[in-house]
Design a protein around this ligand. Structure first.
Ligand code: NI
Ligand code: MN
Length: 225
């Protein structure tokens, strides 16, 4: 199984049998993404919330690849009204798809669609695939229930924002890792725009001083997980 980081909060999981799952595919308008939406394919697209830097190019990719869009109810209804295939879920719920299980968690943030509609509650997501649990927190501030999330699910990979301003910054993100206790933390949502500049190696060093493992992925880097 492979995990690829496009930058910002956009990731791609490729399962051992070749299914492609995209998370928050913000590519064309993303100055740090090494690829464009036309360069990627998808069988599934998981969206954490409706903001333009997360919904991103989901519709462009969906028009070409016809993936299933997985998101919270209100955002799923918004996508469905645009003519796309959706699976409506909500926070606290999980469901078995053919690639694995998806569970939505809380996130403290907002979620308006690019059309100005209410996109439902913003979310994080735990994707259980290929024997691994991947927790993508979405955009969020720090919250203590991350401890509960880590107690209920043994997190292998925690993908979490460090860019500050709209989300956790480095100090809060270090605390988030201590609470959820993943085997490996991977920083995201930084250096895309001047307002979210952050040094991922500072985050890594702070975690390592607390005996927590961190891997900083380059934009476009793919790793075996
Ligand atoms: Ni957002
Ligand atoms: Mn964002």
């Amino acid at each position: 199984m492979k995990l690829k980081y496009f930058s910002h909060s956009a990731f791609q999981i490729t399962t051992d049998n070749g299914k492609i799952i995209l998370i928050d595919p913000f590519l064309d308008g993303n100055p740090t993404s090494p690829v464009k939406s036309e360069d990627v394919n998808a069988d599934f697209i998981i969206l954490t919330h409706a903001h333009g830097d997360h919904l991103g190019d989901a519709f462009k990719i969906a028009k070409r690849c016809d993936p299933l869009l997985i998101c919270v109810n209100e955002l799923a209804n918004y996508c469905s009204a645009k003519g796309f295939k959706v699976h409506n879920m909500h926070i606290g719920g999980s469901y078995n798809f053919d690639f694995g299980r998806v569970k939505f968690t809380i996130a403290h943030h907002g979620s308006k669609t690019p059309d100005g509609e209410y996109g439902g509650e913003p979310a994080g997501v735990i994707i259980s695939v290929g024997g691994k649990n991947i927790y993508h927190t979405g955009d969020t501030g720090l919250f203590y229930d991350m401890k509960l999330i880590g107690e209920m699910t043994s997190i292998d990979y925690m993908l979490l924002p460090i860019g500050d301003n709209f989300t956790m910054g480095i100090t809060d993100a270090v605390k988030a890792v201590e609470l959820a206790n993943p085997k490996l933390a991977i920083p995201m949502h930084y250096n895309t725009f001047p307002v979210i500049l952050a040094d991922p190696n500072e985050f890594k060093n702070k975690l390592e001083s607390k005996d927590k493992k961190c891997r900083v992925l380059n934009f476009g880097e793919e790793i075996e997980i």
